[in-house]
Design a protein around this ligand. Sequence first.
Ligand code: GLA
Length: 398
Amino acid sequence: MIPHVPVAARALAAFARRFGGKPTVLGRAPGRVNLVGEHVDYSDGLVLPMSIDRDCVSAVRVSTDGRWRAWSEDLRSLAELPDPAAAARSPRATGDTAWSNLALGVLAGFAREGVRVPPLEMAFASDVPLGAGLSSSAAFTVSLATAVAEVLSAPLFGIPMARMCQEAESEFGGVPCGILDPLSSALGRADHAMLVDCRSLDVRFVPFPPSSRVSLLVFDSGVHRSLSDGRYAERRHEVEDAARAAGVGMLRDLDETKLRTLKLPALLERRARHVVREIQRVQLAANALRRDDMELFGLFMAQSHQSLRDDFAVSTPELDALVDEARALGTAGGVYGARLTGAGFGGSVIVLADATRAGIGERISAGFERRFKRPAGWQRVSSGPGAAVIPAARWPAA
Ligand code: GLA
């Protein structure tokens, strides 16, 4: 199991080393797992994510030397940013400091809201694994936005903040992502999953069983991908093409009976079928969770994975193998359900398991190792609270 290291202390220490002294504000924001509802947020669908107890922490202070500087403790990289007010005209960072484009995107978002963004010193540390499908980039943008809003006394939080972070990711990170990740990070609540209607942005919190009863294991397939490599955008285009061919604005407005009569081209039909069924599944899965029926919930997870594999084609052999190993244990072996989480193309598999049964993670990892000749890193995560400023009284000693 990968150990869990407290991250606020690392952000404070990094800030002191890079810029001297202490930041004015620490903002934290969590990663997420999506329990079910994949690749439907950009079709105005329903999603069921849960914020987890892994955070990005942003340490921020107004600078006196007239520069906007950002340090990533995890990437060990220092970047100097252009004036956010002129971000639209500035060239994007490339190479080692490309990560800082997302920070610029957030600051530019404040500037667009009419907030004057003075020069800043910023240091980041995160224990959300990068590129593993747990939304490390939303944790990053939302934690920075949370800290900057506090430093500048800018009234920006909740849904508008999530929207701003989504724009930062599409315009400055090169990924046309949906609202799922920043919204989960901004609004998550400990011990709850969130049923989100991505059309109205209504959020309903659904209690998630305590970790003493149900454990949530995350297996890293070891295939790390960047969503900016174009495959995510390709799926988005296919979904838009399918909606156009079906004569609806968004696939949310299509049902399965209508889809069957349409006779879309085979590829578009498969993509649309995933979206239409997945949206239905989220509602049913949320009901099962409300009734605390974890076995039924697990069945919906299995169906979701199958659909992502066969109809939406975003799984990989490594992700499928992890899901198969978990399914082979089955409910008799303490496993309720397993599926890939996030965009796919690599990243992680989540497994919901009976917390009173020992050895499940080890067994799945060993099965994976037999096939791929390397272990799959895994960790137990729990639900965690959404983004917040960390009050100075609770700062750890650096
Ligand atoms: C990524 C995107 C989200 C969502 C998922 C797939 O995490 O950032 O908006 O589309 O993929 O469900």
